[in-house]
Design a protein around this ligand. Structure first.
Ligand code: FE2
Length: 394
């Protein structure tokens, strides 16, 4: 549950980022760059009717020759067409004229000459915008050699970005709608997850407290075993972690370890608290706690597998344990882990019949019993834990 919530947070952050970026890109950026879009050139002879183009033609009925002037005067009529669905602005045209040519009069345009290139721009107070489907006209009187009748006209312009008509606008819009609606779905889902998570945490704490209460009730009979189950459960969780078990399994085995000696509830106090080594008959009774624990937990379905794990926590790797004499990997893994932690805690705690062993001896015992009593792989892990200085929280 916690894992799922954690996964949702980065997802939500990404969704919010995508939403903000796509909305910004779709609506804000085009405003910032509204007039700084395209600059293209078109020549009279090669224009396309799908794109803006400039036109300049000599008016055949308005030509004249003046006395003493070797140049021919003529009226030139120009047009700029915008057949697109976009506005164009900041336009100007350029064309090349013969060296001696000059313009004597003009309308709807201002003229500048640089070398043989004439640039025509709209007058300053003139509307420079040509609407979609629109056109403007301009004209001038030019004196030029008779041989000059046409020129290549280059039209330069800027096109206003019409975001609502571009493919990326729709892509960004879809992205914004998708991320926006995902956020709307995600937030209530996260709130619900948080509630469920809180409930699960409350349930987890309650389960743990009830299990510990149960274990403490049994351990209260013997002050020497007080805290044994808690300590074993900490060692077990660490072992499970180091053995690479999943978080879920680490939690499961932790719970199972708390109640691993639950069967002792059926053992008389005289045996449980006997200050001397148990006699054979007493030991046989003591040994029944493993099977009894399994029976008690048979209906405890909230912790699947607990009955089997508890039943086998005194089996031995070499098959000489109890109650069923399982051998090697026939013994459930969780039982083998609990067995090592149980043995370790028994050796490192005072008991009514002996004092706790020095750590060097505990280490030696674990090594000597690896492969006979204990799973060698788990003993190795326990030795590593000892080496690292890990202690139970008890
Ligand atoms: Fe036990």
């Amino acid at each position: 549950m916690l894992k799922n919530k954690n996964k949702l947070i980065p997802l939500l952050i990404v969704l919010v980022a995508v939403f903000i970026l796509s909305m910004t890109a779709a609506f804000v950026l085009p405003l910032l760059f509204e007039t700084n879009i395209i600059s293209e050139s078109k020549v009279l002879s090669a224009y396309s009717y799908n794109e803006p183009y400039g036109k300049l033609v000599q008016n055949q009925s308005k030509k004249w020759v003046e006395t003493g002037n070797p140049l021919q005067g003529a009226q030139y009529d120009g047009e700029i067409h915008n057949p697109t669905s976009f506005e164009i602005t900041s336009w100007y045209i350029q064309f090349e004229v013969p060296e001696r040519a000059y313009i004597s009069d003009s309308w709807n345009g201002t003229y500048t000459r640089q070398g043989n290139i004439i640039t025509v721009e709209p007058p300053k107070d003139y509307n420079r915008t040509i609407l979609p489907g629109g056109n403007i006209t301009y004209g001038f009187i030019m004196y030029a050699p008779k041989s000059f009748s046409s020129a290549t006209v280059t039209l330069n312009y800027k096109q206003k970005m019409e975001t609502s008509r571009t493919w990326y606008y729709y892509t960004l819009l879809i992205l914004a709608i998708f991320s926006g609606s995902s956020i709307i779905i995600c937030i209530p889902f996260m709130i619900k997850m948080q509630e469920l998570e809180k409930n699960a945490e409350r349930a987890r704490v309650a389960i743990e407290q009830i299990l510990k209460l149960f274990a403490n009730t049994i351990e209260a009979k013997d002050r020497y075993t007080s805290g044994h189950s808690s300590r074993v459960s900490f060692y077990v969780r660490e072992l499970a972690h180091r053995l690479g078990l999943s978080k879920q399994d680490q939690q499961k085995i932790y719970y199972m370890a708390i109640i691993h000696d639950v069967g002792k509830i059926g053992i008389s106090d005289s045996i449980l608290t006997k200050p001397d080594i148990l006699e054979k008959g007493e030991m046989d009774i003591m040994k029944t706690h493993a099977a009894k624990g399994g029976e008690i937990l048979a209906d405890f379905t909230s912790l699947p597998g607990a009955a089997e794990v508890v039943r086998h926590h005194h089996e031995r790797w070499d098959g000489t344990g109890y109650p069923d004499g399982l051998k090697g990997e026939e013994i459930p893994l969780f039982s083998r882990i609990i067995s090592v932690a149980d043995g370790y805690d028994a050796m490192t705690s005072d008991r009514c019949y002996r004092k706790k062993l020095p750590m060097s001896m505990v280490r030696e015992e674990l090594i000597n019993n690896a492969g006979t009593q204990y799973d060698p792989k788990i003993v190795k892990c326990m030795l590593d834990i000892m080496e690292s200085g890990f202690t139970s929280e008890d």
